[in-house]
Design a protein around this ligand. Structure first.
Ligand code: GDP
Ligand code: MG
Length: 597
């Protein structure tokens, strides 16, 4: 295909501003999919994505568009995720295209993820076409939003296309803008093959499917290729494009985007950002590659029913096949039995994986409190990465502990600003910036990630009635006064409840936890002290008083059936108990104690 007849682009937007709906319209208007096969949110293929209205993996579609100039163009759209946890996937797919449609809801204006995503597009040197969506809504204020785009983002919005992805208004203008305003790709057909590995996923029938963008040269079915970074060589079996269903194609040349399969067994064998070249005739220089996406949030996942352990392992292995950024390793907890310590890109990623395990694999799970990776610097100069508070080394050997911090950007209507500042301050935040964009304030905070993984999103949502938007990026590690807080029940430490906290917050959190446990643990025949401690020092304490000997005593009157019922109930309850020294703690207590209010 002539390079001048190709346009590659992505759509960047804040969540819910209409990216998927616009993609649907572009596909529909160009007849890419027969009308009878059309369904909403065509590119969002996973169930959870559909239900929550988020796109998790980058998806791609090839559209053929007969333009007003009489030529037919090939438009390749890479749809990118809109959520902060997947910022890395946005950045890598941006490198595979030359331009972006910046979609902004004309009734909402610029939001935190609009900014985060458009900065990625600017970083990737994209030509950007602003698109104002939802102009059918009475609340739409296209002129005001154009000004906002110019003020806040600093790009020219005078030529913004005004559309309604819902009604179809303005879609033809979007197609023309793609052809006339976005640049054609560059590349040399006669040069050795050089293609960028954009994404890959595991398909149960085809094995690993690899999405590529060809830069130079031509790739054909049957070619033997080499992955320059991993060194693997493979024969190309299937070569094609997504329309969005797979369609075979004889070759892919410069500027084109498509997929191949090559007997690759697992997603881990493909490295995003790797350079695909021919085994024999290699290109001179590999692409710079990308940073790998590394898990930043960890938690334990344990089966509620110990018999589900092997099923859980199988399910995790299957999910990991397709998601190299999800990690897991076996963990045992005296309280919760056998389970796994899992790593995620962020909280949404955690939620998505947990949901899929519960729904697709039908396993009930206990999730322990999410935690981040601490850098524990030892006196002997070595450093260990602490993924689990249970693995904390002896404090005597520790010099200091550093924790990851983030730069958080929050956009919020003026009236909620005070509450947001208070929330950030409460979470040990340091304000970096505060500016206004129209009626909205934009606050930038430096925050410890561990204060965000607890329940920051939920709190932010509730104090702003859902009107705030949030985005963050990691900025690095910083030393702070961090300690491990242990929980002791009847003087026995309970590992599943230990956590890392800032020394100044330890009393408060310790108090909260022991009070909750006092309510959750049933009484025994003896008194049970429940304590929170740092090292050997107790910082909060409650005592659960002893129970009277005869449990059935409260069934005055001696009704035999009632007595039996009560005893049966106790027996049933026993099964879900965990033994801690002399104390039995119901499984549900662990789940509930770790739930943050
Ligand atoms: P995404 O999160 O950016 O992919 O957003 P979606 O495409 O899923 O759209 C979010 C919501 O806005 C959905 O309920 C859409 O039906 C709705 N929506 C999208 N475009 C328009 C539009 O032009 N007008 C109106 N009124 N609603 C729209
Ligand atoms: Mg979407």
């Amino acid at each position: 295909t002539d390079l001048n007849r190709i346009r590659n682009f992505s759509i960047v937007a804040h969540i819910d501003h209409g990216k998927s709906t616009l993609a649907d319209r572009l596909i529909q208007l160009t007849g890419t999919v027969a009308e009878r096969d059309m369904q909403e949110q065509l590119l969002d293929s996973m169930d959870i994505e559909r239900e929550r209205g988020i796109t998790i993996k980058a998806n791609t579609v090839r559209i053929e568009y007969p333009a007003k100039d009489g030529h037919t163009y090939i438009l390749n759209l890479i749809d990118t995720p809109g959520h902060v946890d997947f910022a890395y996937e946005v950045s890598r797919s941006m490198r595979a295209v030359e331009g972006s449609l910046l979609v902004v809801d004309a009734s909402q204006g610029v939001e935190a993820q609009t900014l985060a995503n458009v900065y990625q597009a600017i970083d990737a040197d994209h030509e950007i076409v602003p698109v104002l969506n939802k102009i059918d809504l009475p609340a739409a204020e296209p002129e005001r939003v154009k000004e906002q785009i110019e003020d806040v983002i600093g790009i020219d919005a005078s030529q913004a296309v005004e559309i309604s992805a819902k009604t179809g208004l303005g879609i033809p203008e979007v197609l023309e803008a793609i052809v006339t305003r976005l640049p054609a790709p560059k590349g040399e057909r006669d040069a050795p093959l050089k293609a960028m590995l954009v994404d890959s996923y595991y398909d149960p029938y085809l094995g690993v499917v690899v999405l590529i963008r060809v830069i130079d040269g031509v790739i054909r079915r049957g070619d033997r290729i080499r992955m320059m970074r991993t060194g693997g060589t493979y024969p190309i079996e299937k070569l094609g494009v997504f329309k969005p269903a797979m369609q075979d194609i004889a070759e892919l040349g410069p500027g084109e985007i498509g997929f191949f399969t090559a007997q690759i067994k697992q997603v881990r064998d493909t490295r995003v950002g790797d350079t695909v070249t021919h085994e024999k005739k290699q290109c001179a220089q590999a692409l710079p590659g990308f940073k790998p996406s590394i898990p930043v949030v960890f938690c334990g996942l344990f089966p509620v029913d110990a018999n589900d352990f092997e099923d859980l392992r199988d399910a995790m292995e299957k999910l990991a096949l397709n998601d190299a950024s999800f990690t897991f390793e076996m963990e045992t907890s005296a309280a919760l039995g056998f389970g796994f310590r899992c790593g995620f890109l962020g909280l949404l990623h955690l939620e998505v994986i947990r949901d899929r395990l519960e729904r697709e694999y039908d396993i009930d799970l206990i999730t322990t409190a999410p935690s981040v990776i601490y850098n524990v610097h030892m006196r002997d100069g070595s450093m260990m990465e602490l993924h689990n508070p249970a693995d904390m080394p002896d404090p005597a050997g520790i010099d200091h502990i550093a924790e990851p911090r983030i730069k958080a950007t929050i956009l919020v209507p003026d009236e909620y600003l005070g509450d947001v500042l208070k929330l950030c301050q409460d979470r040990r935040g340091e304000q970096l910036d505060l500016t206004y964009a129209g009626q909205r304030a934009m606050v930038v905070y430096d925050l410890p990630l561990n204060e965000v993984v607890f329940d920051f999103y939920d709190r932010l949502k509730s104090v702003t009635k859902g009107y705030a938007s949030f985005d963050y990026q990691m900025i690095g590690y910083r030393e702070d006064f961090l300690v491990k807080m242990s929980i002791l029940v009847n003087d026995e430490p309970v590992d599943a409840l230990s956590m890392m906290v800032h020394r100044d917050r330890a009393e408060g959190r310790g108090r909260q936890l022991v009070e909750k446990l006092k309510e959750l643990i049933p009484r025994h025949m003896f008194k049970i002290p429940i304590q929170a401690a740092i090292g050997g020092r107790v910082i909060a304490r409650e005592t659960l008083s002893a129970m009277r000997k005869d449990v059935t005593a409260k069934c005055y009157g001696g009704d035999a059936t009632r007595k039996r019922k009560l005893l049966d109930k106790q027996k049933a309850g026993k099964k879900k108990m965990r033994q801690f020294g002399k104390v039995e703690i119901p499984q549900s207590a662990f789940i509930n104690a770790l739930k943050m209010d």
